[in-house]
Design a protein around this ligand. Structure first.
Ligand SMILES: Cc1cc2nc3c(=O)[nH]c(=O)nc-3n(C[C@H](O)[C@H](O)[C@H](O)COP(=O)(O)O)c2cc1C
Length: 351
């Protein structure tokens, strides 16, 4: 989209307008890092195409005078079935960007998944957000380091730990490889307070199911696995008692050629059979995308890059505006599809 569209005159109408605004403001190397998918970016593109392949089956002559998009995620109230995905470096996109995103989450009443590599501590982020905060976790090779961060998340009032499980190694984001050290990468603030590493930290220490069991035994916080793409893994996760699964390919940044999130969603939903909550991220850019994901069984979606675009354009206000746009678009989509509650968005809503 961006390659063709000039910077939009007038106020942004949709998240793609924020993409254009962000592109005009972001230094090239940072822009490439945020845009990038792995290798040939096939999965990145497929995440969007998968939404285009699904058609909505609207019902007519339904009373849609009142539309309710409020929901509960892991028991906490949410203004809409939308969450902010963990992404960075927010501190390079806006001054104190991590806090701007946290304040925006509170302003719109949507949960925020804070990255463990954020440029502000989880304590600062939780204090700035008057909305539920989840801590995204990559495991450190040393369990005591991981545990120290989990304890801090508990003390800061975080509502869940979201363990990213698609990152045994980091994918090669070739679009960004040559320039990713050319922007100011803020320090990972959480690391400062942790026990010292016993070895240089390989980012994305590989986790196994044993680590999942260990983590669930080590904390009472509900555990969400982020980055599941198959019914097989979803069944194992549900049997082990996780509270939630994010169907995600990391925004196309890990395994190129991996299935699009929306295409993977139905088999995950089927395998889980209601035992835990299922969310989706990857390519959500429109309220109609959210409607499609919910129709295929997601309880909510997460958004990554659109939040980065809003943050880069106008900070906290831009993030809040992006999230409000998606919510408003969802409400309109529901009205036009003859669905007045989220529960009405059933499998028959799409083809
Ligand atoms: C710049 C950038 C940084 C990201 N960093 C992380 C991260 O540290 N941990 C993580 O679990 N996911 C990370 N993600 C993936 C997002 O959480 C999310 O899965 C993805 O962005 C969703 O796709 P979307 O950008 O199309 O909405 C990152 C994504 C982007 C674009």
């Amino acid at each position: 989209m961006t390659d063709e569209s000039p910077t939009t005159p007038g106020p942004p109408l949709n998240v793609f307008d924020y993409e254009a605004l962000a592109r005009a403001r972001m230094p090239g190397p940072l822009w490439d890092f945020v845009c990038a998918g792995a290798d040939d970016e096939v999965t990145l593109a497929e995440n969007r195409r998968a939404f285009e392949r699904v058609a909505i089956r609207p019902r007519v002559l339904v009373d849609v005078g009142k539309v309710d998009v409020t929901t509960r995620l892991l028991g906490d109230a949410a203004a809409a079935p939308i969450m902010i995905a963990p992404f960075g470096p927010q501190g390079a996109m806006w001054a104190d960007g991590d806090l701007a995103v946290a304040r925006a989450a509170g302003a719109v009443g949507l949960a925020l998944v804070a990255g463990s590599g954020a440029s502000r501590t989880i304590e600062d982020i939780a204090a700035a957000a008057s909305a539920p905060v989840w801590l995204q976790l990559y495991l450190y090779p040393e369990r005591e380091r991981t545990l120290a961060l989990v304890r801090r998340a508990e003390a800061a009032g975080c509502r869940s730990i979201a363990l990213t499980v698609d990152s045994a190694r980091f994918g090669r984001k070739e679009r960004s490889l040559r320039t990713e050290d050319q922007f100011d990468w803020p320090e990972a603030a959480n690391l400062a307070g942790l026990p010292p590493a016993t070895a240089p930290w390989v980012r994305g220490a590989p986790a196994t199911w044993d680590d999942v069991d260990w983590l669930m035994s080590a904390t009472k916080l509900p555990l969400v696995l982020k980055g599941v793409l198959t019914g097989e893994d979803a069944a194992i996760a549900a049997a082990r008692g996780v509270a939630g699964i994010v169907v995600s390919n990391h925004g196309g940044r890990q395994l190129d050629g991996a299935v699009a999130s929306l295409d993977a969603l139905p088999e995950v939903v089927e395998a889980v059979a209601g035992r835990c909550e299922v969310y989706l991220d990857g390519g959500v850019r429109r309220g109609t995308d959210i409607l499609k994901a919910l129709a295929l069984g997601a309880r909510a979606v997460m958004v990554g890059r659109p939040v980065a675009w809003g943050l880069t354009a106008t900070g906290q206000d831009g993030v809040a505006d992006v999230l409000r746009m998606l919510t408003t678009e969802l409400v309109l989509a529901m009205r036009l599809a003859g669905r007045s509650t989220l529960a009405d968005i059933d499998r028959a809503a799409v083809r």
